[in-house]
Design a protein around this ligand. Structure first.
Ligand code: GLC
Length: 602
């Protein structure tokens, strides 16, 4: 619904703006490539932090100081109309860039938890911690409907059920925006449906299937008034979404009536044409409004101005894009807000608070899926003599995964504040012992009556997490594979965990061979083929990427809470190329109370 006062203000501003000032609003620069003075001189519309890009010190107050400088520059009195600047970042599982933040389970774990209200709670906490940093805009939620767990961004999806993704997307957006942060649904459209799960690859589907699986999950969030949307790197039936006029203008803007701001992804225009001006023309004319051009923002402004002067882009299209940007800033109340340092939510000190961590720990408890529990080995007894082993038992970086403090994630415990799985166990089981080097070499059936082995993946983000083999290693024409953001060398070439991380199976077998029953906890961004690990263990739990509150896992393993979660997508068998025949179906999950198969409704 348009606000006539906002439209009048936007009209008035447009009349005062030069073409370059209008185009400046269409540019989003990365913080490392822009000074506050540039923001004023070029009238930039927004600044972002890419994954892990943070101001020195990286405390909330450092973020406030940083955005305050950009905002002050944008509003400095001089001849150009003062248009306040937006600052955006990827707070995709909590305010994951900033030191000391509460890190939630990634979306795949929230999808397993199956509770839309929990998703809303996570969004509220994330918003409060972003406001504490003086920020405005979150490039979340991801509304990908993952179809192939080889995809490196599987963990950013709520799962493979379009209706669940639709519901969680709406709940997340409503809570985030109600708390005072602009939402951004992404990536439009079909990012989870690419061939072989290749990130930024080709989604080949008839319109009916694209609509029912990948477009429909956006409807509730659009109807709920999400203010921005980000276009996807992938292509649909051979045409890049960043240049797709039907998807962006005909469908999104005209048929669905989206009147907010359409944002490109990171240099997403680059892949439309080798000539930068042509690439920009194609994307602007397709209907994108603001362009994430982290380093090339000067070149972008010059190139788009040239395209307009040449008549290849109409001034009407420029005015439409800038009106949408101004409308979004007016809707958000940005023109009426004080500078970031004086905003109500800034500097509250809520980042990483005990209250927020309690919410995240509940999310951890409710995200765990019990896949096997022979002989009722679980729950563990608090006085059991237990050995805790495995590379992911005491590693906050691994349990948080990608998009945590750095783009590709961290390893170890030095850079994050939270509770590792081992630390959670130690709090509840006084006789537990941590294996010296994590390998379980020190297991001894005379000392240990049970072992907990925490295994799985090491952190990755985006294409760096793809699992590719065979013809999926062939660079497709027009794909972005083998580019900076999407390397040809994948995380692994097989879904089998024992291929990519043989140390895990070795650890389980080493301990089991001594007659000690093993409980396995898998820390991973997705289902993996773990037939051998399952066979060697007595109990097996999928923990996804739980975040900083590993204590939630200990609470469930020790029986202080029951398993609730169900698989948010099918779990592949061993010789399963693309998840065609699952070992466990979506909806599977055991629990202490039921004991049997936890299929939904059973
Ligand atoms: C990345 C991602 C997108 C993110 C953006 C900014 O390439 O595709 O999800 O919001 O860049 O970090």
């Amino acid at each position: 619904m348009l606000n006539s006062e906002h439209e009048a203000v936007a009209t008035n501003l447009l009349k005062k703006m030069s073409l370059r000032q209008k185009i400046g609003q269409m540019a989003m620069a990365e913080r490392l490539s822009v000074e506050p003075a540039d923001v004023k001189r070029h009238g930039l519309g927004a600044v972002l932090s890419g994954g892990g890009s943070h101001p020195g010190g990286n405390a909330p107050e450092d973020w406030v100081r940083m955005n305050d400088a950009f905002w002050q520059a944008a509003m400095a009195d001089d001849d150009a109309p003062g248009i306040p600047i937006l600052y955006g970042c990827d707070a995709v599982h909590g305010h994951n860039n900033v030191q000391g933040a509460t890190i939630f389970p990634h979306n795949i774990g929230l999808g397993a938890a199956g509770d839309a209200r929990l998703v809303a709670e996570a969004a509220r906490v994330t918003a409060r911690e972003m406001l504490d940093s003086g920020l405005d805009w979150n490039f979340a939620p991801t509304l990908a409907v993952v179809q192939n767990c080889r995809w490196g961004r599987t963990y950013e999806s709520f799962g493979n059920d379009p209706e669940r993704v639709a519901s969680y997307g709406r709940h997340y957006v409503e809570a985030l925006q109600a708390e005072g942060i602009i939402g951004c649904v992404k990536h439009w459209v079909g990012d989870g449906g690419t061939r072989h799960g290749m990130d930024q690859g080709e989604t080949t589907l008839p319109w009916q299937e694209l609509e029912s699986t990948h477009v429909a999950p956006y409807y509730p969030a659009l109807q709920a008034g999400v203010m921005t949307l980000m276009v996807s790197f992938n292509s649909w039936n051979g045409e890049k979404c960043h240049g797709h006029r039907f998807l962006v203008t005909d469908l999104l803007k005209e048929r669905l009536g989206f009147d907010g701001l359409v944002l490109s992804d990171w240099d997403g225009v680059n892949y439309l044409d080798e000539d930068y001006g042509t690439a920009i023309r194609l994307s602007v004319n397709a209907g994108l409004d603001m362009f994430m051009v982290p380093e090339r923002w000067r070149e972008f402004i010059d190139a788009l101005e040239a395209q307009v002067r040449l008549g290849h882009v109409s001034t009407a299209r420029i005015d439409d894009a800038v009106r949408r940007i101004l409308r979004t800033k007016l809707r958000y109340g940005l023109f009426d807000m004080p500078r970031p340092a004086q905003r109500r939510g800034a500097g509250t000190g809520c980042t990483g608070s005990a209250e927020h961590r309690d919410v995240a720990r509940r999310a951890v408890r409710e995200s765990l899926v019990l896949l096997k529990n022979e002989g009722g080995l679980l729950p563990l007894g608090r006085h059991q003599r237990m050995l805790v082993a495995g590379k992911n038992a005491h590693n906050l970086g691994h349990q948080c995964g990608g998009w945590t403090r750095s783009w590709q994630g961290e390893t170890g415990n030095d850079t994050l504040e939270g509770t590792s799985i081992w630390e959670g166990i130690r709090e509840l089981a006084p006789h537990a012992q941590l294996s010296a080097d994590g390998t379980g070499e020190d297991a001894d059936s005379r000392e240990h009556e049970v072992a907990l082995v925490v295994i799985g993946e090491t952190p990755y983000a985006e294409g760096f997490g793809d699992i590719r083999s065979g013809d999926a290693l062939v660079v497709e024409a027009g794909s972005t594979v083998n580019g900076l953001m999407n390397p040809l060398e994948p995380y692994a070439r097989s879904l089998e965990l024992a291929e990519s991380h043989p140390e895990d199976l070795a650890c389980i077998r080493r301990i089991a061979a001594k007659g000690i029953p093993v409980v396995v906890v898998l820390v991973s961004g997705r289902p993996l083929a773990v037939g051998r690990e399952l066979a060697a263990s007595t109990a097996f739990v999928a923990a996804w990427l739980p975040g900083t509150e590993g204590g939630g896992i200990a609470e469930v393993l020790m029986g202080n809470a029951d398993f609730k979660a169900r698989l948010p997508l099918p779990w592949p068998g061993d010789a399963d190329p693309d998840g065609a025949w699952p070992l466990f179906p979506a909806g599977y999950g055991l629990s202490y109370s039921r004991g049997g198969c936890g299929l939904l409704g059973a």
